[in-house]
Design a protein around this ligand. Structure first.
Ligand SMILES: CC(C)(COP(=O)(O)OP(=O)(O)OC[C@H]1O[C@@H](n2cnc3c(N)ncnc32)[C@H](O)[C@@H]1OP(=O)(O)O)[C@@H](O)C(=O)NCCC(=O)NCCS
Length: 150
């Protein structure tokens, strides 16, 4: 199986939107995704391609000194193949190149697979954000220390 990671472009917006709705029940929205790709210098969005098909996505902001993961998913039929980790590593590599100190993300406390994956990648739980999702479910704030000095 051939897994590639490439920059997201406008042709990917409808894939990301449809999958976000399917997986999370909500999306950043077509307009926001479009603006992020066209106009936000800080944004870094990537798409995973498996055998020429779109299989996943990661969105991040390279703010200095603390970069942020905005969202990550792997389409359900492609999970468990290492694609989630590969997308995360793409962002982590850029952060290292840019001397970023911390990479942070929020994850639902009940999302065991994702929490485990982030821990495997070196993230640690920093704190709980109560009622983070729709004022109901709690999130964990997870942080990866990269050691960069800006
Ligand atoms: C979380 C998610 C992105 C992981 O992507 P993935 O490509 O399936 O993950 P990987 O194959 O890279 O696996 C990464 C780790 O996750 C864990 N994991 C993934 N699938 C698993 C499964 N079915 N059972 C147990 N652990 C699993 C393992 O720790 C795995 O590492 P390992 O294979 O080295 O043991 C994917 O499940 C997903 O899109 N979920 C829905 C959306 C979501 O929750 N996004 C995260 C928002 S913060």
């Amino acid at each position: 199986m051939d897994i590639k990671i490439r920059k997201m472009d406008l042709s990917d917006v409808s894939y990301v939107y449809d999958e976000e709705i399917k997986i999370f029940g909500k999306s950043l929205g077509v307009k926001t995704l479009y603006k992020e790709i066209m106009y936000n210098d800080l944004s870094r969005y990537f798409i995973a391609i498996v055998d020429d098909k779109r299989a996943g996505y990661v969105g991040s902001w390279l703010t200095i000194p603390n970069a942020e993961i905005l969202n990550l998913f792997v389409s359900s039929e492609y999970r468990g193949l290492g694609i989630g980790k590969k997308l995360m590593k793409e962002v982590m590599d850029i952060c290292n190149e840019q001397n970023i100190e911390f990479l942070t993300l929020e994850v639902n406390v009940n999302n065991k697979y994702a929490v485990k994956m982030y821990e495997d990648l070196g993230f640690t739980i920093s704190r709980i954000r109560k009622k983070y999702y729709d004022n109901k479910e709690d999130a964990l704030l997870m942080v990866l220390e990269l050691g960069g000095k800006t």
